[in-house]
Design a protein around this ligand. Structure first.
Ligand code: NCD
Length: 335
């Protein structure tokens, strides 16, 4: 539905990065920046807390998570929502043989929004379509669905890029270099989808042969006429990039330890590389990191991943207000 005041397509669920359009992203980034200003005063924070203090959220995270879980929990607290959580199916009735469909339907009886991370590709879409047929069609947020998608990470990544490039012409026309396990990294898949909304943007995918992007992503980029290059030349790629998006090896999806056979030592960003990067280059990582991103880089002004992590909380606050239809209480005085 198009909101007549704010002129954006108002999403019902957040399932995939492909559901967003550019007017939504521009509005969403502006909303997030406005919300961050409320953090400056006690009155501002109390106002945010009043927005959804009558609502409850469920965090169903059956895959490991630190920052996505905590940032959603913190975002819920910032807008006043109470949270319940399941982080391990061994503590829920799924252990007694209840289907996941029935478990999620049960949550919808008690809460007003469900945020879910699962190793199962497509599960969020399935649950959203089931709940849509019930009398409690609560919004579902995909907080990571196997190697498939991570749309809220892509929103915070775009927000970070947008802020970082605000004085040098925005994201359009920039070269973004994604590095690492591009085959199974869901953040790469979702961020690539959003980058297609910024004309002239070029993507460099730098990875060992074994971790190249999958065909679905290749086809999507060709269909959208996005310029992209797949390369194994890490140094050349990072030297020409306006932003570098590092990722870790996603070995939790290994079938029999096959990642161990892959040499990715040439795809690690080290302090010695800093001198070949552009002065304005933005260094990002969805985190957690391993050895692909040297902690000695943390103090370089181009390292933005800790800021990116905090942006995750504020973009998730913004998302809650949009889904629960209270964003106009934040934006209307601005418009
Ligand atoms: C990512 C994830 O879980 O997909 N992390 C995150 O959500 N911040 C990336 C990763 O785990 O490597």
């Amino acid at each position: 539905m198009r909101n007549k005041h704010l002129n954006i397509v108002r999403p019902k669920h957040i399932l995939s990065a492909s559901q967003f359009d550019r007017p939504f992203l521009d509005y969403f980034n502006q909303l997030t920046t406005t919300i961050r200003r409320f953090d400056k005063t006690k009155e501002g924070l109390m106002y945010l807390q009043s927005l959804l203090c009558h609502k409850r959220a469920m965090l169903y995270f059956t895959q490991p998570s630190t920052r996505t879980f905590l940032s959603f929990q913190s975002a819920s607290q910032i807008v006043g929502m109470k949270t319940s959580e399941i982080r391990d199916t061994s503590t829920s009735s799924e252990r007694k043989g209840e289907t996941i469909d029935d478990s999620l339907r049960t949550f919808s009886s008690y809460v007003d929004i469900i945020i879910m991370r699962s190793p199962v590709r497509g599960l969020c879409d399935h649950i959203a379509s089931i709940l849509d047929q019930t009398d409690r069609p609560v919004p579902i947020i995909n907080a990571g669905s196997g190697p498939d998608e991570h749309p809220t990470q892509a929103l915070l990544d775009i927000y970070t890029l947008d802020r970082s490039f605000k004085n040098i012409g925005g994201i359009e026309g920039k070269t973004i270099c994604m590095v690492g396990d591009l085959k199974r990294g869901r953040t790469v898949r979702s961020l690539s989808r959003l980058l297609t909304l910024y004309p002239g943007t070029k993507i460099l995918f730098a990875s060992p042969e074994a971790f190249k992007i999958e065909d679905d992503l290749r086809t999507m980029l060709r269909t959208k006429k996005v310029e992209f290059i797949e390369t194994t030349e890490f140094k050349d790629a990072i030297a020409s990039a306006d932003a570098i998006y590092m990722t870790r090896i996603q070995d939790e999806y290994d079938v029999s330890g096959e990642s161990k056979a892959v040499d990715y030592s040439n795809f690690c960003l080290k302090e010695s590389h800093l001198k070949i990067l552009k002065d304005h280059c933005v260094i990002m990582h969805p985190l957690p990191r391993r050895d692909e991103l040297d902690s000695k880089i943390d103090n370089d002004p181009r390292a933005k991943y800790w800021r990116q992590e905090r942006n995750g909380m504020w973009t998730r606050v913004a998302l809650m207000t949009v889904l629960m239809d209270v964003d106009r209480n934040i934006m209307l005085p601005e418009l």
